[in-house]
Write a protein of this length. Structure first.
Ligand code: FAD
Length: 388
């Protein structure tokens, strides 16, 4: 996204991606109202809606003692009062194709960045291993590490993230749609019971399903075999009894390890970290992609003009961190409170309960009820492009 935004402004950008395509392990495909508004600013919201997609407006979490709706985006004042679900690979291809329309953009796939080029303490570019197994070098006024939670650039720069533990992991798999199927108002169903949380996302022709369980229990579940996974699912959500029959092999299931962390420093001379490289986001609320994109937008707003002239001061990189760090801290606190209280308790209790009636009543008050929706949709600070 940053590459696209900079290329649009005439900055020369080389994007290096270590995989040969974007069709890789799934880690979320939610496009929130904040991102849709940004895409709309550059005329890409409508074309994105042309791809097969589904929409979530307000999930319902099914507790044993009744349903609970944590937020409802339908009431928000925005052109896009929903979360758009699009496979991440399609979204990345779409953004890369748009970027490729600008002559100053270059994309190198199968480019595995392994070394920083440094001169007198300033990062001047990177060296990467290409598809030909040979070393290549790219020099740049600014190197951006947008290489995710296991960021190689962060490690090479000697920046250590401060980790906050998330008490859970997720098994991620698809279940088929059946003729006599679930009714999932709002596009997302959550069920809690027997120490597990089940999340079911409406993906049009199938149900994308996540089974959340306490961290460290994977080996135990795996040892019991795939039949145990089927049994757990049906115990938590009996309406999936028929659907789970299709789950017969561990190859159909991915284990997604949940983490959360924040780097004390997102930059050094010539280098900026954004997205999960700077702050690994837990999947709670499904906001990580959108926070990464907001980092990209703020970086483009603050740096494009200087990059065009070929020089960026470290104080400008510090400003990107200053503007983005506090919204990230706020949302990570909220995620951690939800993990420890609501989800943590649900994962350890055999008889989890809905949030107390007081909280449910407070969340119905007109001036408070949209707060969770606004936080999910936009985060604590709405980000827009300064020059569309
Ligand atoms: C289980 C789970 C579920 C999640 N669900 C959601 C969700 O539903 N919605 C949501 O918004 N967020 C979700 N997240 C969080 C989300 O995945 C991340 O916050 C988001 O992907 C961060 O984007 P990014 O661009 O910083 O990093 P990434 O999306 O990880 O992208 C990094 C890119 O860098 C490339 N790369 C890595 N190393 C190198 C290298 N050395 N050289 C070249 N390229 C390299 C990778 O191949 C990758 O393409 C989830 C996370 C987890 C763990």
């Amino acid at each position: 996204m940053l590459a696209l935004l900079l290329a649009r402004r005439g900055v020369s950008v080389t994007l290096l991606e270590m995989h040969k395509d974007f069709d890789r392990e799934f880690r979320g495909d939610t496009i929130h109202p904040s991102t849709l508004e940004i895409l709309d600013q550059i005329g890409l919201a409508e074309p994105l809606h042309q791809f097969p997609h589904s929409k979530i407006s307000g999930p319902t979490i099914q507790f044993p003692d009744g349903p609970f709706q944590p937020f409802d985006l339908k009431r928000l004042k925005t052109r896009f009062p929903y979360i758009l679900l699009i496979p991440q690979a399609r979204f990345l291809e779409f953004i890369a194709d748009e970027a490729a329309k600008y002559p100053s953009f270059r994309l190198a796939m199968h480019a595995n960045v392994r070394k920083l080029v440094e001169e007198n303490g300033v990062v001047r570019g990177v060296q990467f291993l290409g598809a030909d197994d040979a070393w290549h070098e790219v020099r740049a006024a600014l190197t951006v590490g947008a290489d995710g939670r296991f960021s190689q650039l962060r490690q090479l720069a000697g920046i250590q993230p401060v980790k906050t533990s998330a008490p859970m992991d997720v098994l991620w798999f698809r279940l088929p749609r059946l003729p006599e199927d679930l009714n999932v108002p709002g596009g997302l169903l959550g069920s809690i019971g027997r120490g597990y949380i089940l999340i079911v996302l409406d993906r049009g022709d199938y149900w994308q399903t996540g089974l959340v369980f306490p961290k460290g229990h994977y080996q135990e579940i795996h040892a019991q075999g795939i039949a145990a996974v089927r049994r757990i699912i049906v115990e938590v959500e009996p309406r999936l009894a028929k659907h789970v029959e299709s789950l017969t092999d561990w190859h159909q299931v991915s284990l997604l390890s949940v983490e959360s962390s924040l780097c004390p420093r997102w930059h050094k001379p010539g280098l900026l970290l954004i997205g999960d490289a700077a702050h690994v986001m837990s999947p709670v609320g499904g906001v990580g992609i959108n926070y990464a994109i907001q980092d990209a937008v703020v970086a483009a707003n603050l740096l494009a003009a200087s990059l065009k002239s070929g020089q960026v001061a470290e104080s400008q990189l510090a400003e990107v961190q200053r503007q983005r760090e506090w919204p990230v801290r706020v949302i990570q606190r909220v995620q951690s409170a939800m993990q420890d209280n609501l989800l943590g308790r649900a994962l350890t209790s055999q008889a989890p309960r809905r949030p107390a009636w007081v909280l449910r009543a407070v969340l119905r008050l007109p001036f408070l009820r949209d707060l969770p929706s606004r936080l999910v949709a936009f985060g604590p600070r709405r980000v827009h492009l300064s020059e569309p």
